[in-house]
Design a protein around this ligand. Structure first.
Ligand code: ZN
Length: 203
């Protein structure tokens, strides 16, 4: 069911509690649930009172749930670091990709964003039937949900893909000014290699 239609796209976090319709305030803890339905994935966000109250009984039917902290919508700055927006733009561009190479690319890109605390891993969901593992991420700034397939890469594969991601990021960044901060370009070194096996142990 997860693999049908529009499920790869991101799902926005609500600004209001689904239960009491109160608007979330900056810094407030919220609870989120993901449901798989006929129309694809749906997300519901609750304040803690509703989370511990009326929403409690719904949790068993959710495919994933987690707690997060609400951040007021960021004010867009003109001088947003290029490396960040570029990685996020690439991730969005590859969200619908199905080719194995693109799935690998998207996964490594997400791991790199996780390392930079741009994406927060919330959960891992195993798809019934196929056994496909999806990582449930939230975008740090907006709380938007991204479901990223974990292609179970070997470490050597992960390094190769990371090189490709890095090269593409460099290309995109070279096309934009100003040049990226030095630490934004150091991810392809051996020391900086993301551990693609960290979530599941080395296989
Ligand atoms: Zn509520």
């Amino acid at each position: 069911m997860l693999r049908d239609s529009a499920e790869w796209t991101s799902i926005k976090r609500a600004r209001y509690c689904v239960g009491c319709e109160r608007q979330f305030t900056d810094g407030e803890t919220y609870g989120s649930m993901l449901f798989a339905g006929d129309e694809g994935l749906a997300r519901e966000d609750y304040c803690t009172a509703c989370w511990d109250g009326a929403a409690q009984s719904k949790r068993s039917s959710a495919i994933s749930h987690w707690l997060g902290r609400f951040k007021a919508e960021p004010v867009m700055k003109k001088e947003e670091p290029i490396a960040r927006s570029m990685a996020e733009r690439l991730l969005r561009k590859y969200m619908d990709a199905r080719e194995p190479a693109q799935v690998n690319f998207r996964f490594i890109l997400a791991l790199m964003m996780e390392r930079k605390k741009r994406l927060i891993p919330r959960d891992r969901v195993t798809e019934a039937g196929t056994g496909t593992i999806m990582v449930v991420y939230e975008l740090a700034d907006t709380g938007e949900t991204f479901l990223i397939e974990d292609p179970k890469l070997q470490l050597s594969q992960a390094r190769e893909v990371q090189k490709q991601v890095k090269e593409l990021l460099d290309l995109e960044q070279a096309a934009a000014a100003p040049p990226p901060a030095p630490d934004a370009t150091n991810d392809a070194t051996v020391e900086g290699t993301v551990d693609a096996t960290a979530h599941e142990g080395v296989r």
